[in-house]
Design a protein. Structure first.
Length: 134
């Protein structure tokens, strides 16, 4: 749980640096916090996953926070499918780093993060989800 609390704290800190009124700010802060290069966090993620193999309840906190994040996206004015694709891409990126199979250079990694942030902007831009307009 402490690991997940640290991730949430990082996200909140980054959220404070983004412009007020940016509908995509929550998703952008999450992308940035999850994809900050951090070998300690990567190693902690690997340790948590290894421990969870024997005790799946260790992931209960992560499951709850993940469900809450999905709920926020569903309730938002944004394009759910695009926001979900961004979240899945981040999850996959993080997993590839935890498993140490990612071969992206620092420049490639930065380009991927920039693209995910641009997609987050699109997911919450004007008129992206007219079915949610009131």
């Amino acid at each position: 749980e402490r690991h997940v609390d640290q991730l949430d704290a990082s996200c909140c800190k980054l959220l404070e640096t983004l412009p007020a009124g940016d509908a995509a700010a929550g998703l952008k802060a999450w992308v940035l916090s999850m994809l900050q290069p951090d070998p300690v966090r990567r190693d902690m993620g690997a340790a948590v996953l290894a421990a969870a193999a024997n005790n799946p309840a260790l992931l209960d906190c992560l499951r709850e926070r993940h469900a809450a994040r999905i709920g926020q996206v569903v309730a938002s004015s944004g394009n759910f499918a695009l926001a979900a694709v961004i979240m899945l891409a981040v999850d996959g990126f993080v997993q590839s780093e935890i498993w140490r199979v990612s071969t992206f250079t620092d420049e490639q990694r930065a380009a991927i993060v920039r693209q995910l942030l641009a997609l987050a902007e699109q997911a919450f831009g004007p008129g992206v989800a007219p079915e949610k307009a009131q």
